[in-house]
Write a protein that binds this ligand. Sequence first.
Ligand code: SF4
Length: 440
Amino acid sequence: MKKRVSFHNLGCKVNAYETDVMAALFEDAGYETVPFEEPADVVVINTCTVTNIADRKSRQMLHRAKKLNPSAIVVAAGCYVTADAERALKDEGIDICIGNPDKPRIVEMVAEYMGEQKPAGNSGPECFRLTRLAERTRAYIKIQDGCNQFCSYCIIPFARGRTVSRSKEEILSEIRGLTAKGVKEFVITGIHVSSYGYDIKYPDAGPKADCFAPEILLDLLKSIDETEGVERIRLSSLEPRIITKEFAQGLKEIKGLCPHFHLSLQSGSDSVLKRMNRHYDTGVYENCVAILRDTFDDPAITTDVIVGFPGETEEEFEQSLKFAEKIGFYQMHIFKYSKRKGTVAAGMPGQLTEAQKAERSDRMEEIERKMTEAYISRHEGTEAEVLFEEEAVIDGQNMLTGYTREYVRVAVKTDVPAGGIYRIRLRRGPEAGILSGVEL
Ligand code: SF4
């Protein structure tokens, strides 16, 4: 009987990608992947350490895994282990700790722990790539790891190290393997995607925060676009400072690139941005959005915002609200500031209470709802290309759902199978935030 492995992923898109890769590595070594709740021989928790709460959730999941599967080998992988190895190693609920750099060796390390021989198959960083996905038409592709930015609230540069880019050849080969299995859309992911290529161009430059090589990123995207079977490219996140007229024009020339730009704002108050050590101000940000809107036809601009950063006054929060409204985002991911031990912000004076943060989060969400509605309304009655991904029950009806190039969710009643791209005339959907439509 095949050995069984299960996974639970916490945190960001890079972690999600790496969980998919680890699942494929175990399957290559003869394992069967089973759902997290089912009995398994090995349970892998891909942990996150972005806040103290993420650390706590990682520990809770590890202990839950042991409780659900007392005889399984519980593996703690990823950022929590890298950032707090001492605590992880002492934890009796964890059998094996695997930091980020060792993820490519996970199958080998589990075999060693079991007293088995090194498994057949490839091992090593160059083999840490996605080879398949379970019934999905969209895949995350990690193009770089690490970050040089050192935002004052973030531990990630310590957990993942400085920025390191993957080679173009490696990325293209991974993508070719996935298009052959039906993947049509590639989400370009990394810890700090905008620094892609900097370490390639300047191998001796050191960890500067000003680390862009836009021509290398554009060249990569162009080559991905030219790869047979690639229909869409979506950028998961960009740093505002990389956007210039030339860069935006370069993006426009990439046929498959979706006009959906996620530009992390974090705060619309210049004084808060400074305390966050964010290296740009609202003027720079606004200019970047203007460039994108001049270059693309009503692109979707989405963002991340933190509310209740240490010392954030009511006036600073109001500035943030007003700035968000002025930009007119399609969607915002709103986070209540959460302390992370070991960061500069954790020791800053003026920490807000949970009630204050919740109140600000509610106010930010209220304007987000209005902005989302405004963006979606502008698309009603227009034609759009939708990549249908999966079936879902919405409002009691079986529907096929997918996304437009702008990442507007669309649900239709149709008999066509998932996995195809169709032209649709959009109309009001069954729920807020979703459009429906008729096939053209
Ligand atoms: S850019 Fe800032 S928030 Fe993002 S990973 Fe780097 S340090 Fe963390």
